[in-house]
Write a protein that binds this ligand. Structure first.
Ligand SMILES: Cc1cc2nc3c(=O)[nH]c(=O)nc-3n(C[C@H](O)[C@H](O)[C@H](O)COP(=O)(O)OP(=O)(O)OC[C@H]3O[C@@H](n4cnc5c(N)ncnc54)[C@H](O)[C@@H]3O)c2cc1C
Length: 369
């Protein structure tokens, strides 16, 4: 194999999406992944596409988030045709349930300003909830419905991005733990892993929560792991499939299971499931679906989200070190934003116009004065 145009460090959803969109633009791409990292975020994710149901107030990236969600409508059939993999796209909407008068106020405010921005969101009254979702808590005072939000299955999506990338000429090597960037005269020219070196025209750093651990970075990278714990139980009998959020928790239907999450824990690279975490997730689950109280846990797991100080990802080129690019720090939204991150990286590499304001995700925002 000759020297590739681009090395992508990390083969999670974000790295795989970048590789696919770069390969589509005829760049030669080599993905290096450490392989089966305990705590990798992508296989642990719930897979919600919830830009409107779960909105941080005044998120400057809201339109980008919605565009990221909508990209999957075209991508699902494209990836199926290219790779034969069904990414399990579900587009029946997400409920955000109000369990207190304060939540009613907050969610109805959100509906007002989201509608003003032209987005499709509705309020479901108590009776609507009873009729449509009989197992949702009788304490629900109403719910915001984001009818175009949904979900997909992260593991098939990851496989599909990787398969599509390789189909368009990218190569993937697993079991390579990149330790440091290689730099010559201020330019990034490749990476080092143990005694091996891999050279390339450019490097995209997409190693999730581990991105800041790579040596040779021009300055410290503000990415740290945020653990999230999840459980799976049987979906309530006779209840229609749904995705419902309340407070900091959620329950999502997938293939007959109820997936419930999650925690936001700053515990370093600790990837275990804990009794406290499980208790928190169970509490959230039964506050939404009380009939799941006491349900047998079929599986439990934890993953490490790549968090940043302002909660926004870090995407784009390093302004000072030529050849170094970042696609990391996607926190709670890396499934939602994987495709659009890949597209933006592809567009930037190809010198194409990008329709979004990228300043909130600019890699230089933490250190530029
Ligand atoms: C419990 C949980 C639920 C979530 N739910 C949702 C959701 O519903 N919707 C949503 O949008 N997002 C969700 N997320 C967030 C989402 O999963 C992440 O933002 C996203 O998966 C990050 O992808 P990534 O590729 O950056 O990182 P990862 O998936 O962690 O991938 C990083 C990759 O880099 C590799 N790597 C690490 N170090 C090195 C190295 N030195 N050299 C080479 N390779 C390396 C690892 O092996 C791994 O494959 C959730 C996360 C968690 C934990």
């Amino acid at each position: 194999m000759g020297q590739p145009d681009v090395i992508v460090v990390g083969g999670g959803l974000v790295g795989a999406a970048c590789a696919r969109f770069l390969a589509l633009r005829k760049l030669s791409v080599h993905i290096l992944d450490s392989g089966d990292e305990p705590g990798a975020a992508s296989p642990a994710a719930a897979g919600m596409l919830a830009p409107l149901a779960e909105t941080a107030a005044e998120n400057p990236l809201l339109r980008l988030h919605v565009r990221g969600r909508d990209m999957y409508h075209a991508l699902a059939p494209d990836l199926k045709e290219e790779t034969g993999i069904d990414i399990g796209l579900w587009t029946e909407g997400i409920l955000h349930v109000a369990l207190s008068p304060d939540e009613v106020g907050r969610l109805t405010d959100e509906i007002a300003w989201q509608r003003q921005m032209g987005f499709n969101v509705d309020w479901l009254a108590q009776d609507d909830i009873r009729n449509r979702y009989p197992s949702i808590s009788p304490e629900a005072l109403g719910a915001k419905l984001a009818p175009e939000d949904g979900a997909l299955e992260p593991v098939p999506l990851l496989k599909a991005f990787l398969a599509s990338a390789t189909r368009h000429g990218a190569s993937l090597t697993r079991g390579v733990r990149v330790e440091a960037l290689l730099t010559e005269h201020g330019r990034t020219v490749g990476v080092r892993a143990g005694s091996e070196t891999f050279t390339a025209g450019a490097v995209v750093l997409a190693a999730g929560a581990w991105s800041g651990r790579i040596g040779g970075l021009p300055r410290p990278l503000s990415v740290e792991p945020i653990r999230g714990q999840m459980i799976a139980v049987d979906w309530p009998t006779d209840e229609p499939p749904a995705i419902a959020l309340a407070g900091s928790g959620y329950v999502l239907h997938r293939n007959g299971d109820a997936l419930a999450g999650t925690t936001m824990e700053y515990t370093g690279f600790e990837t275990s499931v804990t009794p406290e975490g499980m208790a928190q997730v169970r509490h959230a689950m039964r506050s939404i679906y009380p009939t799941l109280e006491g349900a047998t846990v079929k599986r439990s797991w934890a993953g490490l989200r790549p968090g940043t100080p302002d909660g926004q990802p870090i995407v784009g080129r390093d302004a000072e070190s030529e050849g170094l690019w970042y696609a990391t720090g996607h926190g709670r939204n890396g499934v939602l934003l994987a495709a659009i991150t890949g597209e933006v990286i592809g567009q930037l590499f190809a010198g194409e116009a990008v329709e979004h304001d990228l300043s909130p995700i600019d890699p230089g925002r933490y250190w530029r004065t």
